[in-house]
Design a protein around this ligand. Structure first.
Ligand code: ADQ
Length: 467
């Protein structure tokens, strides 16, 4: 049987056999796949070294082998903080106003992808399936092919694919997209991002896309499809039933003291629409004086990517805005926003979700958004809460019974909160059941099986067959 080689920017070694503790569902799902296929997970250790040596640190934990390399400071600055997070991340989230095009970022990105290719290539055997993850490693497949690898290779993009009109603002965009065609399978979160990709291929590369999901450019043919990622439903359901979750639920209910809770959980990132969310919530408070003192917004937002300046700015803005709103509306015994900048174990999150009558998840653009699915999975079937979800999150295409909003509109956010507060129990149950059905069936296990299945089944590229 083929082994599975997973390659991603960062590697998350399992911390237990099946469950996760603080780990995310993706790490658990990939670990399960690696156990099944006796595979290897390769990536950056997160550590810096004075000089890149190509030394690989192998570790084995709970049936999974991980292999990590350290990167030089300049690599981290140009590849990770630079091209990945200051160029591609904003561009792919439609924020060309924030995207920085610096030549050194582009060359650092190429260099680190080559370093990945040089170090991982000798570990790959001819029958192995190779699965590369996310925007940090787009050219890796092409670089592995240059080193003679003929394996089946797939790439999955966790974030949106931007419209062609935005994509062309990236210097050397053709080169980047052409490098993707070295893979056999390219996966996107939703049909929407897939459509944007196909549009680019037809318009900018002169390729054509057939009805069976094949994209043809020159003599290359690649299978491109949508594989919406889900949560690890089984693991998360167990977390919901755990003692930890129950304690977190009690803690929240006690501190809410009869007030209704609106919850938001996001990495502190401009794509998550936190500022717009706070403004929408403020509009609600202005329009519904009768609700003052009777509800609060619990926003959990741990800082991310602290070395990137834009993230310092958004943090300052949110500190200021939440302070201003609290100053405007708070009473001696009530604050409207509880703004918490830290991460929590998954069991705690599960309890917090269950204790909240409303989830307000309003990214301006999001590949999928797993928090929305976790919220649904954590609800009490007899008395579920209401999910308010941005129509610009990939998850909105699956969770059609959420209250969908335009996250840029204060009025829509305000109206949605009002609607959620008034929603009769029968309607909440009906909406929740239909969403729960999707969250349960289209979970992370189904996602990886679909992707790996496609990778196994993809006919080898014409280019390789010819070579
Ligand atoms: P993210 O942008 O990180 O992921 P998301 O899908 O919401 O967004 O996943 C976040 C994960 O982190 C969730 O599992 C959540 O529980 C956890 N998390 C967030 N805040 C936390 C906190 N304070 N404490 C503990 N855990 C916290 C990227 C893309 C998404 C895509 C995923 C998976 O941007 O669109 O859904 O990858 O493909």
């Amino acid at each position: 049987m083929s082994r599975l080689i997973v390659i991603s920017n960062r590697v998350s070694a399992p911390t237990s056999e099946g469950g996760t503790g603080a780990q995310g569902g993706l790490a658990v799902a990939l670990a399960a796949a690696l156990r099944e296929y006796r595979g290897l997970w390769f990536g950056w250790s997160g550590e810096k070294t004075d000089e890149f040596t190509g030394h690989i640190d192998f570790q084995r934990a709970y049936g999974v082998t991980t292999a990590t390399i350290d990167l030089e400071e300049q690599d981290v600055d140009e590849y990770y903080n630079g091209y990945a997070n200051r160029t591609l991340w904003p561009l792919f989230h439609y924020r060309i106003d924030l995207a920085e095009y610096d030549r050194s970022f582009g060359s650092g990105y190429e260099r680190v992808n080559e370093r990945f290719a040089d170090t991982v290539a000798p570990l790959i055997e001819p029958d192995d399936l190779v699965w590369v993850h996310d925007y940090h490693l787009i050219p890796l497949g092409a670089q592995l092919r240059e080193r003679g690898l003929r394996n089946r290779m797939g790439f999955f993009l966790h974030i949106p694919w931007p419209p062609s009109r935005l994509m062309v603002s990236l210097p050397a965009h053709e080169r980047l997209v052409l490098s993707l065609l070295a893979y056999d399978v390219i996966g996107f979160q939703t049909e929407e991002w897939l459509e944007s990709f196909k549009h680019y291929v037809e318009r900018e590369l002169g390729g054509h896309c057939d009805a069976d999901g094949w994209v043809h450019v020159g003599n290359r043919s690649v299978h491109a499809a949508a594989y919406p990622i889900g949560i690890d439903f089984k693991e998360f359901s167990e977390a919901v039933q755990s003692d930890g979750a129950r304690a977190a639920y009690e803690r929240m209910k006690k501190s809410a003291d009869g007030r209704r809770t609106i919850i938001g959980v996001d990495r502190l990132d401009y794509s998550k629409g936190l500022e717009e969310r706070f403004l929408g919530y403020r509009r609600f408070l202005e329009e519904h004086e009768e609700c003052l003192g009777k509800l609060f917004l619990l926003q959990i937002a741990p800082p991310s990517r602290g070395e990137v300046h834009t993230y310092e700015i958004i943090r300052e803005h949110l500190d200021e805005l939440s302070g201003r709103i609290n100053g405007e509306f708070a009473e001696v015994d009530w604050v409207p926003i509880r703004y918490v900048n830290q991460g929590y174990p998954r069991e705690d999150l599960a309890g917090f979700y269950r204790a909240a009558e409303i989830a307000l998840i309003t990214p301006l653009r999001d590949g999928m958004n797993l928090v929305a699915k976790e919220y649904v999975a954590a609800q009490d079937p007899e008395d579920p809460g209401v999910l308010i979800l941005s129509r610009f999150a990939g998850a909105a295409l699956q969770l059609k019974d959420a209250v969908l909003v335009n996250p840029y509109s204060k009025e829509e956010i305000s109206d949605a909160i009002h609607q959620a507060l008034q929603m009769p129990r029968e309607e909440r149950i009906r909406r929740w059941r239909s969403m729960m059905d999707v969250v349960e069936k289209e979970d992370v296990v189904a996602w990886r099986q679909a992707f790996v299945g496609a990778l196994k089944g993809a006919t080898p590229q014409a280019a390789r067959a010819a070579g």
